[in-house]
Design a protein around this ligand. Structure first.
Ligand SMILES: Nc1ncnc2c1ncn2[C@@H]1O[C@H](COP(=O)(O)OP(=O)(O)O)[C@@H](O)[C@H]1O
Ligand SMILES: [Mg+2]
Length: 411
C-alpha cells in the first residue's frame, strides 16, 4: 500500500488504490472481519470509505471475485439486482456467460440480445427480458444468488451508499423497504456466513441504525458486523503533510504539520487534502518557506472558499433533510451556540438552550419529554459527527473547519 512516488492530491474523488495510504491496518482488519461475517462500514462523508472499498475491489483476497456498486440513487429492489448483475457483467463477463448464465434462461436470453445491441446494452436488455421485472425482483434475486453459490466460487459484493437506497425506499414505500430488508437478511443467514461463499460489504455515510430505528426495522440489519472507519491519527496527518509538501520540494517550518492538525480538529481527510494543496499552491506562487501564519490563512480561506463549500453546506442541509421538527430547530440552535464558544459548552447550558427553543416553538411538553428529546438529539449529533465530548464534559464541534464555517454562516 506504500507508494514510491509522491501521491496526487485528491479533492473529493476517491483516492486511487495505488495512492491509498494509512489504511493498511484497517484493510487487514476488514478482511479478517469479512472472513466470518457480513459487514456494514460507516463513517461520515468524505472520510475515505469509497477509497477503501475500491482498494478491496482491486486487491481481492485469494480467489474472491468482487462486484462493487453504488446504490445511492436506486429506489426499488429490482433496480438493485439490475445494477448488481450489470456490474457483475462488466467485471467478470466470461464468468457470467460460462458459469452463471448457462441454464438460466433469463440471462442467456439477455446475453444473446446484447450481441446485437452492443456494449452498454446489457443493463437495458436485462430489464426488457422480463415484462414483470419489477414484481419479480425476489425471484430473480434468489436465482442469481443461488446460481452464484452453486459455482463454488467466492464472491464479495460491495454495496456503497446502502443507507441512501433504504431512505429512498422508505420514502416511496415503507412496506417494500421492509420486504427487501427481510429478504436480504434471509439471504445473509441462509446459509450462515461461515458456510456461505458470498460476502456482503455495505457502506454508507448515513447511520444505518439511526435510519432504521425510527421505522422499527433495526432487527433486520443487526446481524451485520458494524465496522467504523478509524479517523486518521495525528501521526498520519503529520506524515501526509510532510510527504506531500516535502515530496514536492516545498520548504516548511517544523511546526507546520502540528498547526494543521490543530486547525483540522477531527481530521476529515478531505479538508486535510484541501489545506495541504493550498499550502502547496501558495508556495508555487510565492516560492518561500511555508510558515504557521500561512496555515492559518489557508484555513480561513477554506471556510470562505469554494472547494470545501459543498461539503460544508451538506452538513448544514442534511439536518433540514433528516431531522424533523422540533429537532431541526433545536439542532440549529445548539450548533449555533457551540460554534460561538471557544471550547464547547456543557450539557446543562445546552439543555437550557433547548428549553428556550422549545418554548419559542410554542408547543407544551412535560419536562421529562423535553429532556428525552434533548438526550436523543445530543446522541444523534454525536453519531452524525457534528459534536464530540471534549475535556471537562463540554460538547464541541468535532471538525474545526466545520466549527469556523458554522460560526461565520449559521450562528
Ligand atoms: N487514505 C487517505 N489519505 C488521504 N486522503 C484521503 C484518504 N481517504 C480519503 N481521503 C480524502 O477524502 C476524500 C473522499 O474520499 P472517499 O473515499 O470518496 O470518501 P467517502 O466515500 O467516505 O465519502 C478524497 O477525495 C480525499 O481527499
Ligand atoms: Mg463514498
Amino acid at each position: 500500500m506504500e507508494t514510491e512516488t509522491t501521491p496526487e492530491f485528491y479533492i473529493g474523488t476517491p483516492v486511487e488504490p495505488i495512492d491509498l495510504r494509512f489504511r493498511g491496518a484497517f484493510v487487514a482488519e476488514l478482511r479478517q472481519t469479512l472472513r466470518n461475517g457480513h459487514v456494514v462500514l460507516t463513517a461520515p462523508r468524505r472520510t475515505g470509505k469509497t477509497s477503501v472499498m475500491n482498494y478491496l475491489r482491486d486487491h481481492p483476497e485469494n480467489e474472491f471475485r468482487v462486484v462493487s456498486i453504488n446504490v445511492q440513487d436506486l429506489t426499488h429492489p429490482a433496480d438493485f439486482f439490475q445494477v448488481l448483475l450489470d456490474a457483475f457483467h462488466d467485471a467478470h463477463p466470461e464468468f457470467l456467460r460460462d458459469r452463471l448464465a448457462a441454464g438460466w434462461g433469463l440471462l442467456s436470453d439477455v446475453l444473446g440480445k446484447v450481441e446485437s445491441i452492443g456494449a452498454g446494452g446489457f443493463k437495458l436488455a436485462l430489464r426488457g427480458s422480463d415484462p414483470d421485472w419489477r414484481e419479480n425482483w425476489r425471484r430473480h434475486g434468489d436465482t442469481f444468488l443461488a446460481r452464484a453459490r452453486a459455482t463454488g466460487v467466492k464472491f464479495l459484493f460491495i454495496i456503497d451508499e446502502f443507507p441512501d437506497m433504504l431512505l429512498n425506499l422508505s420514502r416511496k414505500d415503507v412496506g417494500l423497504l421492509r420486504e427487501f430488508l427481510a429478504w436480504f437478511r434471509t439471504q445473509r443467514q441462509n446459509p450462515p456466513p461461515t458456510r456461505d461463499s458470498i460476502r456482503w460489504l455495505v457502506g454508507g455515510s448515513v447511520n444505518l441504525t439511526g435510519t432504521l430505528d425510527a421505522l422499527g426495522m433495526v432487527d433486520l440489519v443487526n446481524d451485520l458486523e458494524d465496522v467504523s472507519l478509524p479517523p486518521l491519527t495525528d501521526e498520519d496527518i503529520e506524515t501526509f503533510v510532510a510527504d506531500m509538501l516535502g515530496g514536492r520540494g516545498v520548504p516548511f517550518e517544523g511546526d507546520v504539520p502540528r498547526q494543521l492538525i490543530a486547525r483540522l480538529g477531527r481530521p476529515i481527510p478531505f479538508f486535510m487534502q484541501i489545506a495541504t494543496q493550498n499550502l502547496y499552491r501558495l508556495w508555487r506562487r510565492e516560492q518561500r518557506t511555508i510558515s504557521l501564519t500561512d496555515v492559518d490563512a489557508v484555513f480561513d480561506e477554506m471556510i470562505v472558499g469554494s472547494a470545501a463549500r459543498t461539503q460544508l453546506q451538506h452538513y448544514h442541509s442534511r439536518i433540514r433533510q433528516y431531522y424533523a421538527e422540533p429537532r431541526r430547530s433545536m439542532a440549529h440552535a445548539l450548533l449555533g451556540q457551540i460554534s460561538m464558544s471557544s471550547s464547547g459548552l456543557t450539557r446543562a447550558t445546552l439543555l437550557q438552550e433547548t428549553e428556550r427553543v422549545l418554548a419559542g416553538l410554542g408547543a407544551t411538553r412535560p419536562a421529562h419529554e423535553r429532556r428525552q428529546l434533548f438526550n436523543q438529539l445530543m446522541f444523534d449529533l454525536e453519531n452524525d459527527f457534528y459534536v464530540v465530548e471534549v475535556r471537562g464534559g463540554n460538547y464541541d464541534f468535532a471538525s474545526g473547519v466545520l466549527k469556523s464555517w458554522w460560526r461565520k454562516y449559521h450562528a
